[in-house]
Design a protein. Structure first.
Length: 202
């Protein structure tokens, strides 16, 4: 026998709770109590019983005290959304088939991943800290040309690639590109603009 609409409404009502004087569903309560932060996967391994242990890295500025103060064994419902260098969610279509679900953006062209002279192994560009990326970009001649052409006002005010990128991102130090979320977004947008400019100019 099919369940009627009235019966379903009664079940939903039973799931509602009173929180801070308001009637809230479990979904409402979850949204209100959610802990949100940006993190990076550090490592993972599978235990003998089949369970997985995953280690993540959270920047100090993003860490929530509710998480640090929670007792070991505290349970959470986690939802993770992969984001790219532009701070936007990575779409499923960007995952290549038959490649261990490795996102395409992890295999950037070598021109997008500069590295110091003499380095034996190339560190993936997306794993570098924003201030490291900015320091490397500011040393590229092509980046200087890009700033002169694309940001003439900011360039004339600074006439230096390092100072110009800090002016565009609104920071006093490249270190702030890591600590300030808004500045970090501006830097990734600036770097993406440079990469697109380089492809057109090539």
């Amino acid at each position: 026998m099919k369940e009627g609409i009235g019966a379903r409404q009664i079940k939903v009502a039973k799931l509602s709770v009173i929180f801070e004087g308001r009637t809230m569903t479990p979904a409402d309560l979850a949204k209100h109590s959610a802990i949100s932060f940006e993190c990076k996967k550090d490592r993972s391994f599978q235990k003998q019983n089949g369970d997985w242990r995953i280690s993540i890295i959270v920047q100090a500025v993003d860490m929530d005290q509710r998480l640090t103060m929670a007792l070991p064994g505290t349970r959470y419902m986690a939802v993770l959304v992969e984001i790219g260098a532009d701070e936007m969610p990575v779409q499923e279509s960007e995952v290549m088939p038959n490649s261990g679900n490795l996102p395409k953006h992890n295999a950037q062209p070598q021109s997008d991943q500069p590295q110091p002279a003499g380095a034996k192994r190339r560190q993936p560009w997306e794993t570098l800290l924003p201030q490291q990326q900015a320091a490397m970009r500011s040393g590229e001649a092509a980046f200087t040309v890009f700033l002169k052409e694309s940001y003439p006002d900011e360039w004339h005010e600074t006439t230096d690639a390092n100072e110009c990128l800090k002016l565009i991102c609104g920071v006093a130090s490249k270190r702030d590109l890591e600590l300030n979320h808004a500045a970090r977004v501006l830097w990734h947008q600036l770097d993406s603009h440079f990469v697109a400019w380089g492809r057109v100019s090539a």
